[in-house]
Design a protein around this ligand. Structure first.
Ligand code: SF4
Ligand code: F3S
Length: 104
């Protein structure tokens, strides 16, 4: 599966949802997640994210993100249409440690 990771938080550009062929993105207040059981590993969303927040789970060190994507895909509503990015997306792009500070 592919996973949404830290740098989506407080940016939420949502370009990713437009290209997903199986509509497997789910929306929290500050970030999206991918449903790992629905993702078909096509990879088209990865280059679409302006914040470079989408990674394949084959990358090392993403265990925590697999847990978060799995848990919140069951809790948050599905999103299939792009919307405006969060107002301070540019400012927060690349900030370290967003999970601990702003996850929602
Ligand atoms: Fe959707 Fe493909 Fe991205 Fe998985 S890899 S979330 S199926 S666009
Ligand atoms: Fe987040 Fe990137 Fe999608 S910032 S909402 S994963 S386009």
């Amino acid at each position: 599966t592919y996973l949404v990771t830290d740098n989506c938080i407080k940016c939420k550009y949502t370009d990713c949802v437009e290209v997903c062929p199986v509509d497997c993105f789910y929306e929290g207040e500050n970030m999206l997640v991918i449903h790992p059981d629905e993702c078909i590993d096509c990879g088209v969303c990865e280059p679409e994210c302006p914040a470079d927040a989408i990674k394949p789970d084959t990358e090392p060190g993403l265990d925590k993100w697999l847990e978060i994507n799995t848990e919140y895909a069951e809790k948050w509503p599905n999103i299939t249409v792009k919307k405006e990015q969060l107002p301070e997306a540019e400012k927060f792009d690349g900030e370290d440690g967003k999970l601990d500070k702003y996850f929602s």
